[in-house]
Design a protein around this ligand. Structure first.
Ligand SMILES: Cc1ncc(C[n+]2csc(CCOP(=O)(O)OP(=O)(O)O)c2C)c(N)n1
Length: 447
């Protein structure tokens, strides 16, 4: 038996070698290999060993003759870039992105529509109509400002609290609802928890729950786009909590060394569930990490949609033109609970939440800006709120009435042909459903 298995291993290796040789002959692969070789050759420098300075390949610096540790606060107090003050007044006119009235109204309508959708879906969960939900309250400016600054075919890797980015790209309310209700129209066929959206047509990669996995994935995608010379960028969203994961380090370092057209967009909203930022990290936030990786970085006021827009637009332009990653840390505040499984009154005060809700909210700031220009009145506000609420309610009612996906779909789309293990599970599921059919309302599912 041992001889047989080692023979089959050898023949497996031979087949592998043949495949590799064939692959090397493919012109496409040859081109890619030469891309890598050229990149290495370009970096070769003449080696001058006569210089009286450190020759270590891993550092470029002078020698010193006194012992001194670098202070952790060497990068501290990174300023927060903003365009508008809290009353929506432009601070420095040269930073005003001068967006048209139509564009600004679209920003506002998307931000408020997201807020309305959140309220209705949050309530749906409280009433037991959906299993779970996560609101985006207070972070609307980070979503819309960044989404508007991208090209529509740039690839988005989100964490889970970026529904506004997808909304800005045109994902319809019906599909948001279909995903949360896991009904037959859901693009994910009802297999994911609510808020785990994804849309291939809108270049929005499906959300996955394990934190920070999107970071190295985004780097790989950006590297691929660079190699294909696509003139496209990748944006990768994550929270300041996710930035503590090892995957964030791997992603930052790979993106810098591989020189990827990528924007790391950190939503620093003050909390990772119940962990406040002062327990999450010791340095000056996430932006301070950029220089350590050799990355251009900026901190912006995430509640100022224009500041987010300007920073993302410039980062996007340079990321593609110069093939290098950028790190944007958008300072904001998570006004809602972490999710419907959380009660944030256990770890933060009502006064703190009220401050952000009433005095420093991205939606009210933009509204002040529009009102000052005579672009938005009380009447506009009333009729828009009424109309948008009606649109959301109608989508919600349609989603609730819709059938659930055929249970057969639980077993599809992973393997091209069903493997025996899965066939066995399928058989046992349907036997179970048959036996206890009074507990399974199959008439609510598509046949
Ligand atoms: C690897 C991993 N660890 C823990 C969790 C549980 N978890 C889900 S969300 C979350 C907090 C993340 O906070 P942050 O990245 O700041 O994003 P925010 O929720 O504030 O938007 C945690 C710990 C998880 N999903 N995955």
């Amino acid at each position: 038996m041992a001889a047989v298995s080692s023979m089959s291993r050898i023949s497996g290796l031979c087949r592998h070698a043949v495949r590799q040789t064939a692959a090397l002959k493919s012109p496409r692969l040859l081109q890619r290999r030469s891309f890598r070789v050229t990149a290495v050759q370009q970096q070769q420098q003449p080696f001058d060993s006569s210089l009286e300075k450190p020759q270590f390949p891993g550092a470029s610096a002078e020698f010193v003759d006194h012992l001194e540790f670098i202070q952790p606060n060497v990068i501290a107090g990174i300023p927060v870039y903003r365009v508008m003050d809290r009353q929506g007044k432009i601070i420095n006119p040269s930073e005003d992105p001068q967006l048209s009235k139509e564009t600004v109204l679209n920003f506002y309508q998307k931000m408020t529509l997201l807020n309305t959708m959140d309220r209705i879906l949050y309530e749906s969960q409280r009433q037991g109509r959906i299993s779970f939900y996560m609101t985006n309250y207070g972070e609307e400016g980070t979503h819309i400002g960044s989404a508007a600054a991208l090209e529509s075919n740039d690839l988005v890797f989100g964490q889970y609290r970026e529904a506004g980015v997808l909304m800005y790209r045109g994902f319809p309310l019906d599909l948001f609802m279909a995903q949360c209700y896991a009904n037959a129209d859901d693009l994910g066929k009802g297999r994911q928890m609510p808020v785990h959206y994804g849309c291939k047509d809108l270049h929005f990669v499906t959300i996955s729950s394990p934190l920070a996995t999107q970071i190295p994935q985004a780097v790989g995608a950006a590297y691929a786009l660079k190699r294909e010379n696509m003139n496209r960028a990748v944006i990768c969203y994550f929270g300041e909590g996710a930035a503590s994961e090892g995957d964030a380090h791997a992603g930052f370092n790979f993106s810098a060394t591989l020189e990827c057209p990528l924007i790391f967009f950190c939503r620093n909203n003050g909390y990772a569930i119940s962990t406040p930022t002062n327990e999450q990290y010791r340095g000056d936030g996430i932006a301070a990490r950029g220089p350590g990786y050799g990355m251009l970085s900026i901190r912006v006021d995430g509640n100022d949609v224009f500041a987010v827009y300007n920073a993302t637009k410039e980062a996007r332009r340079r990321a593609v033109a110069e093939n290098q990653p950028f790190l944007i840390e958008a300072m904001t505040y998570r006004i809602g609970h972490h999710s419907t499984s959380d009660d944030s009154s256990a770890y933060r005060s009502v006064d703190e939440v009220n401050y952000w809700d009433k005095q420093d909210h991205p939606i009210s700031r933009l509204r002040h800006y529009m009102t000052a220009r005579g672009w938005w009145s009380e009447d506009d506000e009333r009729s828009w709120r009424k109309q948008s609420r009606k649109t959301v309610m109608e989508a919600f009612e349609r989603a609730e009435r819709r059938l659930k996906p055929n249970p057969e779909l639980l077993f599809t789309d992973v393997y091209q042909e069903m493997v025996p293990r899965l066939a066995k599970q399928r058989e046992s599921l349907f036997r179970h459903i048959q036996q206890y059919k009074e507990h399974y309302p199959l008439d609510l599912y598509e046949k």
